[in-house]
Design a protein. Structure first.
Length: 145
């Protein structure tokens, strides 16, 4: 089994927790031709009445200008990695179990299977955790080959 593991530079913006606020921010990127592969939204637990929107990728000067015009900034946290590969039963369990045994605490994980392939986004608290997770992923791929 082989995996593809990519760094994802995420951009974020705070929005009021009300209908249409995220759509208004995303409109800037859509008008600039952004083809977003990663969109995450959540309420802010420490700031009542607000949420945060994370997006990626933002590429090229036109999209960067649009993102900045909408108030997006390049986010340093969480650290996001895109994973894709062959899907098989129990993969999410084996992967998260190995990361857990290495003491890596996930910030978040989303995995979706389509046919025999999967794609996922793992978020980590630090670059060091993401790098350790990458090595474990590589070892899993080698072990099942």
């Amino acid at each position: 089994m082989s995996f593809k593991w990519d760094r994802v530079q995420v951009w974020s913006v705070e929005v009021p927790d009300e209908p249409g606020s995220a759509a208004a921010k995303l409109a800037f990127l859509a008008q600039a031709g952004a083809n977003l592969e990663y969109v995450e939204m959540q309420r802010l637990s420490d700031k009542s009445g607000y949420g945060i929107v994370y997006v990626a990728p933002v590429t090229g000067p036109t999209q960067v200008r649009a993102a900045k015009s909408a108030g997006f900034i390049e986010a340093s946290s969480p650290v996001v990695r895109r994973i894709e590969g062959d899907n098989e039963a129990g993969l999410a369990h084996r992967l998260t179990q190995q990361w857990s045994m290495a003491g890596i605490n996930l910030h978040g994980l989303t995995m979706t299977a389509v046919g025999h392939k999967f794609v996922g986004y793992a978020t980590f608290d630090s670059v060091a955790d993401a790098n350790r997770a990458a090595q474990i992923l590589a070892d899993l791929g080698t072990a099942s080959a």
